[in-house]
Design a protein around this ligand. Structure first.
Ligand SMILES: Cc1cc2nc3c(=O)[nH]c(=O)nc-3n(C[C@H](O)[C@H](O)[C@H](O)COP(=O)(O)O)c2cc1C
Length: 460
């Protein structure tokens, strides 16, 4: 091989150009500001894209984070914000989009979608125009994340015509924007998310990524976009080997998650980072997701050193078995109140009711009428508490820490063992990206050179 592979060459050139980044490498959002303003600023200054973890944050907090990021970064330095589909509170998604448009946030990472929503389409279509050459330009860029082909197809297709028409009819978008919507895909970039930390369908990257590439090729053949959507990979990436493999599979960018939670910049407690830095690849487990408890959605969390996954599974079992709070037998109720909640079920309900009265009164009304729903809300309170305990690092509540994490964390820890990065205090998001990309390029050079030598021996 005459010219060595350089890290800048990995992935798609248009990805690097469009996002104005050094590498086709992204740090994905982590809810509750774990992907903090500090993390996003540090990445942006290194000319690397990352997304602020707006999930579960109040609008004022998101607004303050965006302002801070924009103040600290130069106008040409990249940053984005997460937009999560909200099954229970669609209104929150709408208000988040209002904020993103008002603050002129140009990059979003759209996740947890089953179908495109009016809020997501409104963001994407807003500001569409034709340039002097007649090309349709979308100022608002969307990186979609999906684990299933039927969701992927919707990100690869233009925004649904019926949603566009409804937005036009209510005056949310202009006639020109509505007309141009059919010329672009819903997402510029689509990330195939395999088995990952946090919410996961546990897809296998080797099966998922080639499938998404084929879906993209078919979508491109059908819609003939000026710029075909790019396919990236996420889930399990935490070593140079896995990054190299993702690019060899055809990924046009890579996205990491779990490994960034164990860095100086991550917005979580030192206690959580200590636990993460000690994790190995088998130290994670699946358990029910607190925010989508009733539909049986799963999250991958750290299991080493905590009881959270065991307790979360037990809560789900209780939800399946009982229809009302009053049906709980005394032993179960005692277990909940003494061990899980550390307060009475009534106190939990009072707090839950206050929250929903503010955030989603319709949900509260539904629960007041449906006792099973009320039970779910009480049980779900534990997940909120477990999150708070982890974020604050309260030593008394350590067994209950809810820490979203996938096996990439353990693989990363193995990679940096016996180096200064074994200590999380030496881990910085941009430096990790730099090392991973450089070493992935070096690995590819070594592998390809070895294959060429072997081929020469066989053919000469
Ligand atoms: C602690 C944590 C919180 C996460 N929160 C979000 C989130 O709020 N929104 C989102 O789109 N993805 C979220 N993710 C997923 C990541 O953005 C990323 O897609 C995923 O972690 C990649 O897989 P990996 O963990 O195997 O690297 C989270 C992941 C972790 C580890």
């Amino acid at each position: 091989m005459s010219v060595p592979i350089v890290p800048e060459a990995l992935g798609s050139r248009t990805f690097r150009q469009q996002h104005q980044v050094k590498y086709a490498y992204v740090a994905g959002a982590m809810a509750k500001g774990v992907a903090s303003p500090e993390l996003v600023i540090r990445m942006g200054r290194a000319r690397l894209l990352s997304y602020y973890g707006s999930g579960g944050q109040r609008l004022e907090v998101i607004a303050a984070a965006i302002t801070r990021i924009r103040t600290e970064l130069q106008p040409d330095q990249p940053y984005g914000v997460n937009l999560l589909h909200n099954l229970l509170m669609p209104e929150l998604e709408e208000r988040t989009v209002d904020l993103l448009l008002q603050q002129e946030v140009r990059e979003i990472e759209a996740a947890a979608y089953i179908h495109p929503t009016p809020a997501l389409v409104r963001y994407r279509v807003n500001g569409l125009y034709r340039d002097a050459q007649g090309a349709v330009i979308a100022p608002n860029r969307v990186l979609g994340k999906a684990s299933r082909p039927e969701v992927a197809q919707q990100f690869l297709a233009p925004p649904p015509a019926e949603i566009v028409a409804a937005l036009r009819a209510t005056g949310c978008i202009t006639a020109a924007e509505a007309e141009l919507a059919s010329c672009i895909p819903l997402a510029d970039d689509l990330c195939a998310e395999a088995d990952s930390g946090g919410h996961t369908d546990r897809a296998v990257a080797y099966a998922l990524i080639p499938t998404f590439l084929r879906l993209r090729d078919r979508a491109q053949a059908e819609y003939r976009y000026l710029q075909p959507p790019r396919i990236g990979g996420a889930g399990g990436l935490g070593t140079p080997e896995s990054i190299a493999a993702a690019f060899m599979l055809g990924c046009e960018f890579v996205l990491t998650g779990s490994i960034n939670q164990c860095t100086v910049e991550a917005g979580t407690s030192a206690a959580v980072k200590e636990l993460l830095a000690a994790a190995d690849i088998q130290d994670t487990d699946l358990c029910p997701a607190g925010d989508m408890f009733e539909i049986g959605a799963k999250v991958q969390v750290l299991k080493k050193g905590v009881l959270f996954p065991v307790r979360a599974n037990k809560l789900y079992e209780i939800y399946r078995r009982y229809d009302t709070l009053e049906q709980l037998d005394s032993a179960t109720r005692r277990l909940l109140e003494e061990k899980y909640f550390e307060r009475s079920c009534e106190a939990v309900w009072a707090e839950t009711r206050d929250y929903y009265a503010q955030a989603a009164p319709a949900e509260l009304e539904r629960a007041e009428r449906a006792p099973k729903q009320k039970l779910a809300m009480i049980l779900r309170w534990y997940f909120v508490r477990a999150n708070r305990l982890a974020l604050s690092g309260d030593p008394a509540g350590r067994v209950d820490y809810q820490i979203h994490c996938g096996p990439a964390m353990g693989a990363f820890n193995q990679w940096v063992r016996d180096t200064p990065l074994a200590d999380w205090r030496n881990r910085h998001v941009d430096d990790i990206a730099e090392r991973l990309m450089r070493e992935a390029a070096a690995l590819l050079n070594a592998r390809l050179a070895a294959l060429q030598t072997a081929s020469q021996e066989l053919t000469s």
